[in-house]
Design a protein around this ligand. Structure first.
Ligand SMILES: [Zn+2]
Length: 245
């Protein structure tokens, strides 16, 4: 039997079309954007400061996790030399499924006087001050007005403290301290340890706590391997997400 070629072509087109529709409908909810970041459809990345007079830019990635959950902000980039730990959070958090809370990540990108380890002034170099200034000018107001239940400021250190990996709130006897203590108790090799002073506290975590927004630091060890950073960051992410806010 000879089948009309137009019928045959129509049938093939129809079958292909149905196949495409089925594949499309079965496509994952998660998708990959140009950065290779896995994100759900509500996640957006915005530039919130990009002014030529500033020593860097500020971005935010919004709406990671449960869109109906309470809001938590992570802040990275206050101290630019600590970028490996910052990148670890930005890489991992959007890949976690079934988060309880809704997360925004504020990203400070210092471009002037970033500095380098071993320059002899790691506590005082201009890059650190640049990041602190950008945090106070652009991140702090958005968080104060953003209805957040918790803020975590992500840092790393070169090992000059009694502990290499720790959490703490610079303001004691508040929810920031309570939540940080709970997170420490949930994570292997993460201690609650409050240094005598911090250089960045007055620019973010101290005023946030004073305005009733619990905020604490996560300090990773700068020279831990990337695998160690990954494992610890995942513990922190899950411990934070398990908090009863
Ligand atoms: Zn730092």
């Amino acid at each position: 039997m000879k089948i009309n070629k137009y019928v045959l072509i129509s049938a093939i087109i129809l079958i292909l079309g149905i196949g495409i529709v089925i594949l499309h409908n079965q496509g994952p909810v998660l998708n990959n954007d140009n950065n290779g970041m896995t994100s759900n459809s509500g996640v957006v990345r915005e530039v919130i400061a990009n002014n030529s007079g500033e020593p860097g830019t500020v971005e935010v990635i919004r709406n990671i996790g449960n869109p109906n959950g309470k809001k938590i902000a992570y802040v990275v980039g206050v101290h630019p030399l600590e970028h490996q730990t910052h990148e670890t959070l930005v890489k991992l958090l959007p890949t976690i499924k079934n988060l309880n809370y809704s997360y925004d990540i504020y990203i400070i990108n210092v471009t002037q006087n970033v500095g380098h380890y071993g320059d002899g002034s790691s506590d005082n170099n201009l890059g650190r001050q640049n990041g602190q200034n950008l945090a106070y000018k652009y991140v702090y107001p958005q968080i104060v007005n953003g209805n957040y239940s918790l803020v975590i400021d992500v840092h790393s250190n070169v090992g000059a403290y009694p502990y290499k990996t720790f959490v703490f709130s610079p303001v004691t006897e508040g929810l920031g301290e309570k939540y940080a203590s709970k997170v420490a108790s949930s994570c292997a090799n993460v201690t609650y340890y409050q240094p005598a002073s911090t250089t960045s506290g007055p620019y973010l975590t101290i005023p946030l706590n004073q305005h009733g927004i619990p905020a604490f630091y996560y300090e990773e060890y700068s020279f831990a391997t990337q695998n160690e950073k990954n494992v610890r960051m995942l513990q922190i992410i899950h411990a934070v997400d398990a908090l009863n806010l």
